[in-house]
Design a protein around this ligand. Structure first.
Ligand SMILES: C[S@@+](CC[C@H](N)C(=O)[O-])C[C@H]1O[C@@H](n2cnc3c(N)ncnc32)[C@H](O)[C@@H]1O
Length: 638
């Protein structure tokens, strides 16, 4: 029976596999630093394969480098032996919700979630620390090799206490920030669907470094835009410059899918008001746009004198050409698609029709405060939600994130935010679902960063930022289900309103913790003969059956948001995930009878604990029973 692997994927090993597929002759076996023989790449051989295209040594090249980049790559690739533990009491609608709230360091979270959500996320929004001189940034754990990293990751109980102040006096001010961001972005990319997008808020301090990192990770050709968000509308009384906008950089996973990666915005009333029909055109409402373009864009067929239906000759302005060639323009005039003003003497303009089905607004690179709100509005909205208490200093406006979700998701998409702060992304997702009847799921990750004792948050009973985030989701969820988004509800049909009432405002809280397994389990070489008996029960003492279930889900890449049912069969507790996607029993004294009952349900996967079989014969019979009753089931042991 196969054992669960119980650690996150080793991305270095996956990279070796990819190279092996391309260059099988470059794969060899060599001893590592510990003297163990492992699969390795023969670099000399690879160099020969790539011959002229290799840049090495002191040769000049265009590339991004900083002290710490090597560790950042190592950190991204190294596996960890941690787990996600469910917290029912802090969750809402634990059994049925599809939304996840992960508490802990986002690098760990991305590694733990990677297998499950690989290529499944439509939109990632992040709002990382901007690296102002007052910011705290997370200090990752570096080590010389993957195995040491893996062991260390299972030995610490810490969660939110590795945040360190990053001041300019630190000689590695920019480097430390980049070293923190790089592995997280690298992992984030693997979550995106082919038509997925990532949006990142940043100010001018690290914009250039972030762009360079993203060019390297997502590919320069997948850069979409830097949006300028008007974050304030009044002038700040600063020494030199008052900053009015923040940047939001956007990359897509694959630019060839840009049409579904970034949609058009819905028509606003202001935009609709431009569509009229003064000539009773049977094609309906239209607006007019200039019929000329910059001369540099035209071919020689686009330079001519245009004759209006009333015979008036229209010459081109200097530096312009007609948008259409003469033949196409004449056909458009005959078809009534060119507008010459009410009296027929006006400058020719091209009609653009309001096709109700697919006409939208192309998003622009400037996002105005009147459309997506400001920092101040965000603070006030949050304050109002928390009964007048100012519990979080740097919230983004709900409408700002809602715009990204409108642009880049479908009604059933997954939205991920791994610098969640006060959970604005959850609020925006719920708010959009409420107004368009969508079922978008959110996954948020937030460190249990302590609130300072002097803060209003602490005085209001919130010990950590993740506590604020969880309460934000509860509060906005209630607001939405209570129908307090009156205008939205009022403007919907009763059918839409019905779907709104079934809105999933719950969330499952999972916290990152050390593995459920004892440390030494992962390093069989380190187990001495005399201590073997101590390993028989390989589970840490305070872990529950539900902890083990989530460990299995992470290990097997099963969706962590699937419904879970508990049944008692032959006197033992058995979990069924999403009907029969997975069945698991971690109780002591497993009998043949129980195994048979589970096998009859024909689950896709079945998991038991090695140490819990009632006898050796039951352990031997498990494979046999499944082969007979449910040959398709993958049986695993913990
Ligand atoms: C600028 S705030 C995000 C605010 C959020 N957009 C909002 O409007 O509520 C950044 C958040 O990232 C969190 N954070 C920083 N490093 C983290 C890490 N390594 N893992 C998880 N969260 C982290 C911080 O605690 C902080 O709350």
């Amino acid at each position: 029976m196969e054992k669960l692997k119980l650690h996150t994927p080793d991305l270095t090993a996956q990279n070796i596999d990819k190279l092996a597929q391309l260059f099988p002759n470059c794969v060899t076996e060599a001893r590592d630093e510990q003297g163990c023989v492992t699969q390795s790449i023969d670099f000399d051989q690879l160099r020969q394969e790539l011959s002229d295209s290799i840049v090495e040594g002191p040769r000049e090249r265009y590339h991004l480098d900083w002290p710490g980049k090597r560790e950042a790559i190592l950190t991204a690739n190294a596996p960890i032996a941690k787990t996600l533990r469910p917290y029912r009491a802090e969750s809402e609608d634990f059994d049925t919700t599809k939304n996840l709230f992960i508490e802990g360091d986002n690098l760990d979270a991305l590694k733990l979630l990677q297998e499950t959500y690989l290529g499944k996320v439509k939109l990632i929004y992040i709002d990382p620390p901007y690296n102002t001189t007052e910011d705290f940034i997370y200090e990752d754990d570096f080590s010389e090799n993957n195995q040491a990293y893996l062991l260390r990751s299972n030995q610490e109980d810490e969660s939110g206490n590795r945040l360190v102040a990053n001041t300019e006096a630190n000689g590695r001010f920019h480097s430390d920030w980049m070293t923190m961001m790089y592995p997280r972005l690298k992992l984030a990319r693997t979550f995106l669907k082919d038509d997925g997008c990532i949006y990142i808020s940043i100010d001018d301090r690290e914009l250039h470094n972030l762009r360079k990192m993203c060019d390297e990770i997502f590919g320069e050709s997948n850069f979409v835009a830097t949006f300028a968000w008007e974050k304030r509308t009044n002038r700040e009384n600063r020494k030199s410059i008052s900053s009015r906008f923040d940047n939001i950089i956007c990359y897509c996973r694959d630019k060839s899918q840009i049409r579904s990666a970034i949609r058009q915005l819905g028509m606003t009333d202001k935009a609709l008001a431009n569509y009229k029909n003064p000539d009773n055109d049977p094609r309906g409402l239209w607006k007019s746009d200039p019929a000329t373009a910059q001369a540099g864009h035209g071919t020689k067929d686009q330079f001519y004198t245009l004759e209006a239906p009333n015979g008036k000759q229209h010459e081109l302005e200097s530096g312009r050409c007609w948008l259409y060639t003469e033949i196409v323009m004449k056909a458009a005039i005959t078809d009534g698609r060119i507008w010459f003003g009410k009296d027929g003497n006006g400058v020719p303009r091209i009609k653009t029709y309001l096709d109700a089905k697919d006409r939208g607004l192309v998003p622009e690179t400037i996002w105005f405060a009147e459309d997506v709100a400001t920092n101040e509005i965000a603070k006030n909205q949050l304050k109002e939600l928390f009964d007048g208490k100012s519990v979080f200093d740097t919230p983004k406006p709900v409408d700002l994130i809602r715009r990204m979700i409108e642009l880049s998701t479908n009604p059933d998409s997954i939205v991920l935010d791994f610098f969640a702060g006060a959970a604005v992304t959850a609020h925006a997702t719920l708010s959009l679902n409420a107004s368009d009847g969508g079922n978008r799921q959110f996954i948020l990750v937030q460190l249990a960063e302590a609130c300072p004792e002097s803060s209003e948050a602490y005085k209001s009973g919130y010990l950590t930022i993740s506590d604020i985030a969880k309460d934000r989701i509860r509060r906005c969820g209630k607001l939405i289900t209570n129908g307090s988004i009156e205008q939205e509800a009022a403007s919907q049909s009763s059918l839409e309103f019905e779907s709104q009432r079934m809105l999933d405002t719950g969330f499952r809280v999972l916290k990152i913790d050390t593995s459920n397994m004892r440390d030494v389990y992962y390093a069989p070489d380190a187990v001495e003969q005399g201590s073997l008996l101590a390993q028989v029960d390989n589970i840490r003492p305070n872990r529950t059956a539900e902890d083990l279930l989530f460990h299995v889900l992470v290990d097997q890449g099963v969706d962590l948001a699937l419904p879970i049912a508990e049944e008692t069969i032959s006197g033992k507790k058995v979990f069924f995930v999403d009907g029969n996607a997975l069945a698991a029993c971690f109780d002591d004294g497993i009998t043949d009878e129980l195994v048979k009952e589970i096998a009859k349900r024909q689950p896709l996967k079945a998991v038991f604990r090695d140490a819990n079989y009632g006898s050796d014969s039951v352990k031997i019979n498990v494979d046999q029973i499944f082969r007979l009753l449910s040959p398709e089931t993958e049986v695993r042991s913990l």
